[in-house]
Ligand binder design. Structure first.
Ligand SMILES: Cc1ncc(COP(=O)(O)O)c(C=O)c1O
Length: 313
């Protein structure tokens, strides 16, 4: 295993002030926390969620990371790259169509020497965790097993650090953090670092309205008491996970042209769209400071463009 000091002593990701007319016309301060720049492949919230998991694996003397994901999973890529960078063997249990097995996401994971084990979507849904690993004959004695999306209690402290780091950079807490929400672990961890009147809004990228509950469940399971300074917004999923409309793609391309900041269509595109929409609708009073968390996921653009034609620039 290699030295994990880089994880402990990594410089803060940039907190970028962004000029965008929807915000400046309304007297709002817009900042983007560029966690996408933390690492080329262990990017965004994956870095935050994996940090304390990797430190724990090292502490326990474990040599392997075993995890789960879909065929385009940012989490799989991050675990594969983290394994290569920090000297862990990695195994990824992957669900999805056989036709997706050679896609850019999984090819990259293989280049990072991740062992890929394929299973059906039904298995992944019905038997997540140890039962599925047993079924597939995957040995876990020397492994840290990470759930899909890396959503466990050890993911929370790294996400709390994202909040603390931003407050230190800004010199005070912003009025709002806005972050995309998939499993809800990033929002849950951020919640533990909120202070004063600072609010966190999680933008659900899945349909179904269950994420508020999921975040509460995760906080309770991890021994944290939920407060009232956060909530999940359920009206910006664009039809569900990985669903999109031309309006969303137009927004992503326009945002990049205006600000130079690339967004992915699965997570950050939806969260940043929500922020602009809320600002246009007058949700934020004049003088409000808003930090959008760029959670990375840019590797997903190639797979998205592979499937839908080169529509995200
Ligand atoms: C780029 C990106 N943003 C946001 C999320 C959602 O994070 P969480 O699952 O912690 O809610 C994910 C999934 O991990 C992601 O890959």
């Amino acid at each position: 295993m290699k030295n994990l000091d880089l994880l402990l002593h990594h410089p803060p990701s940039p907190l970028q002030t962004v000029e965008h007319e929807v915000f400046s016309e309304r007297g709002l301060q817009l900042l983007v926390k560029r966690d996408d720049l933390l690492h080329p492949h262990v990017s965004g919230n994956k870095w935050r969620k994996l940090k304390h998991n990797l430190l724990e694996a090292q502490r326990l003397g474990l040599t392997r990371l075993v995890t789960f994901g879909g065929a385009y999973s940012n989490h799989l890529v991050a675990v594969a790259a983290a394994g290569l960078a920090f000297g862990f063997d990695t195994v990824g249990v992957v669900s999805g169509e056989p036709s997706s097995r050679g896609n850019t996401t999984l090819s990259f994971a293989k280049e990072c020497r991740m062992d890929l084990v394929f299973t059906s979507r039904a298995n992944m849904r019905d038997k997540p965790g140890p039962e599925l690993l047993q079924l597939l004959g995957i040995e876990t004695a020397d492994a840290l097993v990470l759930p899909q999306g890396g959503a466990n209690c050890l993911a929370l402290p790294g996400c709390r650090e994202l909040v603390e780091e931003t407050v230190a950079q800004l010199g005070h807490a912003p009025d709002y953090f806005i972050v995309p929400c998939g499993t809800g672990a990033t929002l849950a961890g951020m919640h533990t670092g909120l202070s004063g009147s600072c609010q966190a809004l999680g933008v659900a990228v899945l349909k179904g309205g269950f994420l508020q509950n999921e975040v509460e469940k995760l906080l309770a399971a991890c021994g944290d008491k939920p407060t009232s300074n956060w909530k999940v917004l359920d009206s910006y999923h664009f039809g569900g996970y990985a669903k999109w409309t031309p309006e969303l793609i137009g927004f992503i391309n326009d945002f990049k042209e205006k600000t130079g900041i690339p967004l992915d269509p699965i997570y950050t595109g939806k969260a940043f769209f929500a922020a602009v929409d809320l600002a246009e609708k007058g949700f934020f009073p004049e003088g409000t400071s808003i930090v959008l968390v760029h959670t990375g996921g840019l590797q997903g653009i190639a797979g998205f463009n592979e499937r839908f034609g080169n529509i995200v620039s």
